[in-house]
Design a protein around this ligand. Structure first.
Ligand code: GLY
Ligand code: MN
Ligand code: MN
Length: 452
């Protein structure tokens, strides 16, 4: 985080102007010239009266820092102040949304609505509208025919990869709260806490409740670190030599923007701790290679060569790094992509999109899990998250392949109880170069702790 607090008032004003221009341009691809964006509705579970956690429509929170107002709408008409139709039902079971305050409200006309009928009355001629939202039946009832037109969405989704300075400040703030959580989780791990306890420490220190994180935290001890999206929180506290490693992949949100951060720790010095150090060096090295004008897939390929170097130097695989990559032996140790776009959604949209008009450049056959195949351009924000894992299913395949003789199986056996390593930072491309939002956030939080 920058030392002084961001100038949210001006950052937001500039952001809103940019978003407005973006949407106006996108609407030129359609018949409509006004916009209705729904915030989304709560969904009730089958045969129950409880609702699933609410997730706001990302097109809604692209305009304003409001993420928790179901059944509300944004109404954008050319030449008019944008309007927030804020749902304020008569309800004594739940707290009803209050009229918001803050640096952004002066740019909005905020009007309470009690029902869909109130929203309908605001629309006027539905023929001039396009609707963006999940509740398509509502749009039809309002008489709007242009519902989520792909020409408009393609345009907006392609643009969304490049962030405004306001969005970068939000993403950095999201890294900051996550860094607080990560440092608490690290301490809990070295005190022998369980996965469940560590997950709670993360939430407490980051000031988040679980449903407000951009994804469920992954908190894995020992061999669970080999499960890429490990989903449980076990209660076991490991003691002594039984405690080996932790992989924590956990992020937070700020104004609806996500951080997505992973750290891996060894409980004791040794071969796994050395591997983490090597991975960290190479992760920082690949980040240094981020520059505009190259394709992200190129970085992914280069990372495989770095992983091959690590495997060779550690004595895990005895092949030349080039042939390890050529034969795809490295895939068995790094089966996911180097990273993905990040923003309003943790895996932000349009990672494969070729242009404003649409079209995709799919992941290469060799690396099907890669989520980002776009050219790196100014203002993009993405993750860089190389991994190196000991995954039983993939190692079994490697053992059955012609390359099995090159693998040091006793060493693999020794490393399997540690599970694996992933180190993930959030990177903004500024002036053609990488800015590591996550490392800056960790430094700021550590400085904060020192000054206490
Ligand atoms: N947290 C999921 C991912 O790193 O993509
Ligand atoms: Mn992650
Ligand atoms: Mn990620």
């Amino acid at each position: 985080m920058t030392e002084t607090s961001p100038d949210w008032l001006n950052l937001y004003a500039e952001h809103l102007q940019h978003v407005r221009a973006q949407y106006t341009h996108a609407l030129e691809q359609s018949e409509g010239h006004s916009l209705l964006i729904s915030s989304g509705s709560l969904k009730t579970a089958f045969l129950d009266d409880r609702t699933y956690p609410y997730m706001v429509n990302p097109h809604f929170k692209a305009w304003l820092p409001v993420t928790d107002v179901p059944d509300s709408f944004l109404l954008i008409k050319p030449g008019k102040k944008p309007k927030l139709l804020l749902h304020q039902p008569e309800d004594y079971w739940h707290k009803v949304a209050e009229i918001p305050t803050g640096y952004w409200v002066e740019h909005w006309d905020i009007q309470p609505i009690q029902s869909l009928k109130d929203a309908h009355n605001e629309i006027g001629d539905p023929g001039s509208f396009i609707y963006i939202g999940e509740e398509t039946k509502v749009a039809t009832e309002f008489g709007i025919e242009a519902i989520n037109p792909s020409s408009v969405l393609n345009h907006l989704h392609f643009e969304r990869a490049s962030k405004t300075p306001y969005e970068i400040a939000c993403l950095e703030a999201a890294s900051l709260t996550a860094a607080r959580g990560h440092l608490a989780a690290q301490q809990a791990f070295f005190h022998g806490a369980s996965e469940n306890e560590i997950a709670h420490q993360f939430l407490m220190a980051s000031g988040h409740r679980e449903q407000h994180t951009p994804y469920s935290s992954i908190v894995a001890l020992n061999e669970h670190c080999a499960v890429l999206h490990y989903q449980f929180y076990e209660h076991t506290r490991f003691k002594g030599t039984a405690l080996k490693s932790m992989l924590i992949d956990a992020g937070t949100s700020y104004n609806g923007y996500a951080s997505d951060i992973t750290r891996t720790y060894a409980f004791k010095p040794g071969i796994f701790a050395d591997l983490i150090d090597a991975m960290e060096r190479e992760q920082l090295a690949i980040i240094e290679e981020v520059t505009t004008g190259i394709n992200y897939a190129e970085l992914h390929g280069r990372m495989h060569l770095k992983i091959a170097d690590i495997l060779k130097t550690a004595g895990i695989v005895d092949m030349s790094p080039e042939s390890m990559v050529e034969t795809n032996v490295t895939f068995n140790f790094l089966p996911h992509g180097l990273g993905h776009l990040l923003g309003l959604q943790v895996h932000d949209v349009a990672g494969y999109q070729l242009s404003h008009e649409g079209g995709i450049k799919p992941a290469p056959d060799k690396y099907p899990a890669l989520r980002l195949t776009r050219e790196i351009t100014e203002g993009q924000v993405f993750t860089i998250e190389p991994g190196l894992y000991f995954i039983p299913m993939l190692l079994k395949k490697l053992k059955q392949s012609v390359y099995h003789t090159a693998v040091n199986w006793p060493l693999i056996e020794e490393l399997m109880p540690y599970g694996g390593i992933r180190i993930e930072d959030n990177i903004a491309v500024q002036n053609g170069s990488p800015v590591n939002l996550t490392r800056r956030a960790f430094s700021a939080v550590k400085a904060e702790a020192r000054s206490l």
